[in-house]
Ligand binder design. Structure first.
Ligand code: ADP
Ligand code: MG
Length: 236
């Protein structure tokens, strides 16, 4: 029984891709997987299938009905802005305690493995004072940090890791999801980050948009060949 929180150095680096890949891989291994993405900005109901909850539900083998989307992503905002600003556009706010409670309920109710995809990067603001890091600190789940191999990504990654490790967060793995068109080779990026932290796993660009279970060899390295929990690390 495992729950993992997936965060990143920023938005659009590959959290949903990694989450969906992990879901598909774990399901192939016979695990029962649940996933939530509590806060989504840039959500267009007309494009629900391509939204983060839509991609996650599809990877879970579930229809992306409005009810299903509401169940895994209750805080949805239209504007493609950081959550605090997207909420303000709609004269709404984000109750950070309620987000923590929602995640805790999902952790309690999980049948086997739960993945939680955070919004944006490690310190994306949720209200005037707090960021998603406050939610991660309240939950204390093992984390996966997703980054890319674009220029500047090494510094972004080390800064994110520093913020997490200073707060004694358990970073299970750093995943470099290959950035299209990057001039920095994926292997060089992985080697550069691996001088500071371990494990670092490169996930090459895939032709599959909704996650690629073929990234499984990468996840094997994270969990060990007997599946999640085998290392003892990710169990909560
Ligand atoms: N390794 C990869 N292979 C193929 N597509 C990827 C990969 N990583 C990210 N993508 C794609 O890049 C886009 C942004 O990634 P996404 O997972 O949505 O980022 P985030 O969830 O961090 O905002 C999506 O279209 C996603 O499918
Ligand atoms: Mg996403």
């Amino acid at each position: 029984m495992t729950a993992l929180f997936i965060t990143a150095t920023g938005t659009e680096v590959g959290k949903t891709f990694v989450a969906a890949s992990l879901i598909r891989y774990l399901r192939q291994m016979g695990h029962h997987v649940d996933a939530i993405k509590p806060i989504v900005s840039g959500f267009d109901p007309a494009q629900a299938g391509a939204s983060d909850p839509g991609v996650l539900l599809t990877a879970l083998g579930l229809p992306f009905s409005p009810e299903a989307i509401d169940r895994i992503s209750p805080w949805r905002f239209r504007a493609a802005l950081p959550p605090n600003l997207a909420a303000r556009r709609e004269d709404r706010g984000i109750d950070v305690e309620a987000v923590v409670t929602f995640c805790q309920r999902a952790i309690e109710r999980r049948r086997d493995i739960l993945l939680i995809e955070g919004p944006g990067g490690v310190m994306v603001p949720l209200d005037e004072q707090r960021t998603i890091l406050d939610v991660m600190m309240a939950l204390r789940l093992p984390l996966i940090l997703v980054t890319g191999n674009h220029r500047g990504a090494i510094s972004h990654t080390l800064t994110a890791l520093d913020s997490l490790l200073r707060r004694d967060m358990n970073v299970l793995a750093t995943i470099v999801s290959e950035t299209p068109g990057s001039t920095v080779p994926l292997d060089d990026m992985v080697a550069a980050i691996a001088r500071f932290t371990a494990p670092v796993i490169g996930v090459p660009r895939s032709r599959r948009q909704g996650g690629d279970p073929g990234a499984g060899t990468a996840f094997d390295r994270m969990f060990g060949p007997s599946g999640p929990g085998a290392t003892g690390g990710p169990s909560t």
